[in-house]
Design a protein around this ligand. Structure first.
Ligand SMILES: Nc1nc2c(c(=O)[nH]1)N[C@H]1C(S)=C(S)[C@@H](COP(=O)(O)OP(=O)(O)OC[C@H]3O[C@@H](n4cnc5c(N)ncnc54)[C@H](O)[C@@H]3O)O[C@H]1N2
Ligand code: MOO
Length: 397
């Protein structure tokens, strides 16, 4: 059996790193920046007013109240601002360029709002309400570092320093395939012996949440020729194929039978659930084959797929947050396997740890219990029993 950590490395290597692509700034949310972004302009690009008011020389209003002639009017966007002569004021709006010679802004609230002359009721110190060139970002500085996961704020900054496009790691395009003759797509009626297909729905949503582009084939019957005929032609247009089902030890293991000898290796991973796994390349395209049980799919996703996919899309922080927590009840775990149990973590005020209790048993068909969990309880390979009060590791979902 292969360890979870070794398998995670294998899958991460298999997925590699997506190519860099240029995308419009507005379409880059959630993607990872591939190159440093240098500020083509300073922010602010010019000294400007932080308030609607009057640009003055501080010395001219030191003896306020004073009345000054209003020599000009400067709305935001004006590009031909004239110097401020001493003993005058210019009416100015928020964001408008400071006239040369002015060194303070008097807020309109501290004036009589005059347009030909203005009575200023309060003195203003030099620098008052002036936003200086480059005080946010200096021209030529690194505004965004390579490796940044682009949030809406980062995109705003990129736009503000004048960029129309960003170089990012391309989102992975993933084909998700569920196999199993028993699978039926809702809302078609079920016959006894059939079940509704759910794995592709979960996987596609989980991958889209990471920023992947996902195509789905929802239910391929357990026939090797049929599987090859439907899936092989679709490989050309994707970076990754993820299948569910058909990988264990039975007589109709469609994925295993179709891909053994084609570049995909099937093996047991020392984890529970999610033991039977396969990965490799089919026609050169990375393939990860997950077992069919829904909770095995979700746990496999957490244990190695999510980090590998994130890493392929340029992320460096690929791990869920780990905390320690005290168990609220006894649990057992198969020796030699890392068990991932669905749990509910509650932080305890004033303590670095919290409390955690399982939700549902270890069975990998217990999907509803997963939806009541907010974490995975990790019981290491060497542990087969834990008791109420023991400290365990928890992965926060
Ligand atoms: N003799 C052995 N039998 C099994 C072993 C083993 O080692 N020896 N391993 C068990 C474990 S652990 C798992 S996990 C499963 C994995 O089996 P498969 O990958 O071949 O998955 P299936 O048999 O196709 O399906 C398992 C289970 O999940 C249901 N399923 C499958 N696909 C979906 C879907 N898209 N949506 C909802 N539910 C799905 C399926 O009906 C089965 O109940 O093998 C054990 N057996
Ligand atoms: O390991 Mo299977 O993945 O129990 O459910």
């Amino acid at each position: 059996m292969i360890s979870v950590d070794a398998y995670r490395e294998t899958v991460t290597e298999l997925l590699g790193r997506a190519p860099v692509r240029t995308v419009p700034v507005a379409e880059a949310a959630g993607l990872v920046l591939a190159r440093d972004v240098l500020a083509g302009v300073a922010l602010p690009p010019f000294d400007n007013s932080a308030m609607d008011g009057y640009a003055v020389r501080a010395a001219d209003v030191a003896e306020a109240p004073v009345t000054l002639p209003v020599a000009d009017d400067i709305p935001a966007g004006r590009v031909d601002v004239k110097p401020l002569e001493s003993g005058t004021a210019q009416r100015i709006m928020t964001g408008a360029p400071l006239p040369p010679g002015a060194d303070a802004i008097v807020m309109v609230e501290d004036t009589d709002r005059g347009t030909s002359e203005v009575r200023i009721s309060r003195a203003a110190a030099a620098g008052n309400h002036i936003r200086r060139t480059g005080e946010d970002v200096t021209k030529g500085a690194v505004a965004l570092h390579a490796g940044t996961v682009l949030s809406h704020a980062h995109l705003g900054l990129a736009a503000a320093v004048g960029l129309a496009e960003l170089e990012v790691y391309r989102p992975l395009s993933v084909l998700v395939v569920s196999t199993g003759t028993e699978l039926v797509e809702a809302p078609n009626p079920l016959q006894h012996g059939q079940i509704y297909e759910s794995n592709s729905v979960m996987l596609a949503a989980a991958l889209r949440e990471l920023g992947c582009q996902v195509e789905v084939v929802r239910s391929v019957v357990d026939e090797v020729e049929e599987f090859r005929k439907i899936i092989e032609p679709r490989l050309e247009s994707v970076d990754l194929l993820i299948t569910s089902g058909g990988v264990s030890a039975g007589a109709y293991e469609v994925v295993k039978d179709a891909l053994t000898g084609q570049g995909v290796e099937f093996q047991k991973i020392a984890m529970q659930p999610g033991g039977p796994q396969g990965c490799g390349r089919w026609n050169g395209v990375p393939v990860v084959t997950l077992p069919g049980n829904p909770v095995s799919v979700l746990v496999s996703f957490e244990a190695f797929l999510r980090p590998a996919v994130l890493s392929a899309m340029g992320h460096s922080d690929v791990d869920r947050r780990r905390v320690r927590a005290r168990l609220t009840e006894d649990m057992t775990s198969p020796a030699g396997r890392r068990q991932f149990r669905r749990g509910f973590f509650t932080p305890v005020l004033g303590e670095v740890t919290g409390m955690v209790g399982p939700r549902g048993g270890p069975g990998s068909h217990l999907l509803a219990a997963f939806t009541q969990a907010n974490c995975l309880i990790v019981l290491p390979e060497e542990v087969s029993e834990v008791s109420e009060g023991d400290e365990v590791e928890v992965l926060l979902l």
